[in-house]
Design a protein around this ligand. Sequence first.
Ligand code: GUN
Ligand code: FE
Length: 459
Amino acid sequence: IYPKTLTDLEYLHNTAVAVDQNGTIVAIEPDYDLSQAASTFFPRLGWAPDSVSIHSSLASHNQFFFPGFIDTHLHAPQYPNVGIFGKSTLLDWLETYTFPLEASLSDPAKARTVYNRVIRKTLSHGTTCAAYYATKDVTTTNLLADLCLRAGQRALVGRVCMDQLSPKYYRDASAADSVAATRESITYIQSIDPTGAIVRPVITPRFAPSCSAPLMAELGKLAAETGLPVQTHISENEGEIALVKEMFPAKKIGAKGDTYTHVYDTFGLLTDKTILAHGVHLSEEEVQIIKARGSKVSHCPCSNSALTSGAARVRWLLERGIEVGLGTDMSGGYSPSVLEMARQAALVSRHVAMGYRERAKLTVEEVLYLATKGGAELVGMKGKVGGFEVGMEWDAQLIGLGRDVVDEEYEGEEKEEEGNVDVFGWESWPNKVAKWLFNGDDRNTKKVWVKGRLVHERK
Ligand code: GUN
Ligand code: FE
């Protein structure tokens, strides 16, 4: 099952998918007789059966393959703080909870523990690709890239740039230092994975208030020079927006307008490879600029609710042609699960709809599209991951919903192990998928592959 378009899932029943040793899907055979040996399948593709190693994984009753999830925005060093936010909102949350924790992760031993854990955790929830913010520390940012590469999780890894606003103990000494450290991290990450198939660097100005005008200008030039992706936060919280207006008046920075979006645009940070997290309070004018530059938006519903930032209008963005993906934004958001983000995106869209905008509601199919194919657009992997089509790569999860409740032999421990979803046996496949979206969790994520490699198996 995979999102064919924003509105429709494709259901390929009893289908065999052949994946070559590079992890690329080379053939799709519908209505394949699963009782046949796989070797009968390969000659039809023109291959000698002994020239390929055959991995077979069968989806059995109430099981299906689904594309791996793409978490388009999260902060690896903040993982120990998930759930810890009290009644804070963005700016006091950063001061109270976030900067102290991030600063402490310049300790390589602590960073190793936290980063290994966040990778294992997100993989176990089916996240095959993640756009990570690390910290300002180069050594441990590079360590995060090492650990993603070893675990086989695709990742954009960004060394966080911040030369103002944050406390002295956690701030780049100057714009020049910040850019030099960024270049150093980019060089390292490109050296460990020269093709960028698994890990890639991403230019990461934390957000406008943390970055001086000279720093943003230099990072914009770096993006143009290297063609690398950019990630940052935009228009998350009203206090933040007011701060940006005050810090970067249009006159002072030579902007053509006085919005948050104009600040990034003035410094060349809005490219077709820019991931903008949140975008809760964007105006029509701003969205038109973002659309013109081809920049994308990471919707972070859990974070936006937890930090009371607001309800982003995803339908409104989609209708304006903006590509949207989902982000856990840990630890602004408290959950490591992109499935949970899809669920919360559905609920937040209903809250937007309750403001008399009925068409704001997002369907099961739409939120699962955002979690996979939509996210692929944000991380520069359009047409490569997010679906099951010949030529795409096998980034996938095997989802199991357990046996039917009406199955008499099915009870006790086994049932508990299979999670929170109860399938009775008479549901249509679209209804089974809806049940997975609203009641599923990592107990249903049985196996996870990236580029054909098994990277997680639920024991
Ligand atoms: N804005 C600047 N830094 C952050 C961060 O770490 N998390 C979120 N959600 N917003 C930010
Ligand atoms: Fe964030």
